[in-house]
Write a new protein. Sequence first.
Length: 243
Amino acid sequence: MAETLLSVKDLHAGYGRAEVLHGLNLHAKAGSVITVIGPNGAGKSTLLNALMGVLPSRGEVRFRGVSVATRALEERVHDGMALVPEQRALFGSMPVQDNLRLGAWRRIQSGAKDSDDDLDRVYALFPRLKERRAQLAGTLSGGERQMLALGRALMSRPALLMLDEPSLGLAPLVVREIFRTIDSLRATGVTILLVEQNARAALEVADHGYVLEMGEIALDGPARELAKDPRVVETYLGVQKKE
């Protein structure tokens, strides 16, 4: 049985005095895809920001069996955690390849000599980025920017990759490509925590799912079972018309 890579118990987080998350419990097995679905304002992005150390939080967050309570954001990246935010946070005036190399700067500072190998792996995963490696990031399409954000995160060789709404604003064909990439990353051993409003696509790719509503976990279970749960179907998947 795979080890528990991420363990979250009784997590509280928010903005100032406004608490958004009210005692969340969540676990992720190594090498799995975990998804958190829910409506706007449920606290999905707050969860990722709290796990990454962007927001202060209370409760227990253990990564690889060790508490990260005192670890700063940069230290969590060094430990093997990576977040691709909803805004993607790229450097638009820099070329694609420079954006990618920035993802490996912590490893390079630590003396790593194999960042070129990481770059080759990212280009193999996203051939379009290799074609546009000299192009400014700000001139890329929405789908290409999402690929670049994913690729930059992978340059740090994360054990846990957290994705915040990767399909947001993308055309359906591009969304399918992004989710195929997420599925292929699972085979490399990367654990993925996916926050996503496209519940159908998320549950199709995930191993386990959590439904987050008003800052609390309303439902959780194997993704295939959640996809059949009447409440999830009615609220998040809709009833498909019979042809």
